[in-house]
Design a protein around this ligand. Sequence first.
Ligand code: MSP
Length: 510
Amino acid sequence: MNNNSFFITTPIYYVNDSPHIGHAYTSIACDVIARFNRLNNKTTMFLTGTDEHGLKIEQAAKKNKMDTKKFVDQMNVSFKELTKTLNLSNDFFVRTTEAYHKKASQHIWDILKKNNQIYLDKYKGWYSVSDEAYFNEDEITTDKSGKKLAPTGSEVQWVEEESYFFKLSEWQDKLLDFYDKNPKFIGPESRKNEVVSFVKNGLNDLSISRTTFSWGVEVPDDKKHVMYVWLDALINYLSAIGYPDKKYKKFWPADLHVVGKDIIRFHAIYWPAFLLAAKLEPPKRIFAHGWWTNEGKKISKSLGNVIDPNEIIKEFGLDTLRFFLLKEVPFGNDGDFSKNSLQRRINNDLANDLGNLIQRVLTIINKNFDGKLNKIKEINENDKKLYEYPEKLLKTISKNYEKQELHKVIENIWKLISESNKYVDESAPWELVKSNKDRAGDVLNILVVVIAKIAIYLAPIMPSVSENILKKIGLSIKNLSNEDILKYDFLDLSYKIEKPKIIFQKFDND
Ligand code: MSP
């Protein structure tokens, strides 16, 4: 693998229903991380896509009285459209019903079989179609109406059928050893403990094929069986980068699979076990984020409180949603979505802190210098503190990104915004223009450089807002090389700063 490459993935989304805020959340987080790595000169591969096989999808198609293939083709469109609506920078969109994916899945199956990791038996046990997962007897509870439920709250059904099994039980010690040797494999730490204790409790062999329906990848040499949808789905991370062709090595092992906390086990237990059994390298890291509730309530179709990202974007704008989702809760924790808190963030963090800084600095330049500044003449110790802050900040946020502490990235950028606002207050350039115009020019020049830096650091999070800010000072991120970004004297001083228009409109609910 190329050391300068970076491969990041979202989970692939089930196409049984329309996309909602949960899908948008994972995708936006991955997009931010991918964009940061691109800015950092990494050859980046950002993958997303759709999970289109399995009983859940087959049943959804039936419910809609549609042919299953036609159904997935139709449903897939709204997920592809969402990548545009969210301004995702994904390099590829994988679909598990495509021929290349089936080929890769069957190839892995053949290797597992050759490596003596698969045997034929009979599965007898509980299955949840909604989770597409098997559950042990001791995990099942019965509700008041007598329904059998999985720990996730979804209904399970009793299944008895011929099935191929993967020898997962053989991998218990090897997995524990792998977690031990790769302490960064699972994040955040709390999830790691959960996974390790699950594995320590013992692993059963895993049923990896079904015979009672046909919507899946056919098992090679046994057409009665289709592959278990999770085995098929996980392989997307390889099929999308060309596996089994050796070009997949350019990006494999993946640097980061971002997933929701509900699917950590599939990614942190089954996936490395399948890969190790196939003599392939496991990914470097799996990070599980938390779940959103809506005004304190679990988001569910039956409660009718599903949040459509398209509607929020129409009402509040895309970049503000991107900002809100990442700022509101530490990445990894659960969060609560409400329009009130979204508006509060727009009013306080965006309009007051960031918007005001830009507005006041650019207005003074426009008014008093006819929109043009000269090169800096003299810089004092206090100026230097602010002037050199962005360079330190870049180091800090790079570390935050490595740990997927996206909320800290924002927090730390906001510290610079607040330092800059303090500097404006203390140096009072609106007074200086009257008493010492050269000094006012230096102060404003420093501020413009810092504003440019802030905009650049915000680019992964709010790409359009960032471009908008840079445009106001005659820059565009597309025209900036990485060296430019790191050094300070990249301002085109021939550019005239126009009277700034307000970037963030306030809401009056506060
Ligand atoms: N198809 C599987 C993933 C296979 S990956 C090899 C799947 N799909 S999903 O469409 O059900 O879920 C996709 C992602 O959305 C998961 O990471 C899940 O955690 C996330 N979310 C679904 N609801 C969510 C919230 N309410 N909040 C945050 N994320 C949530 O699982």
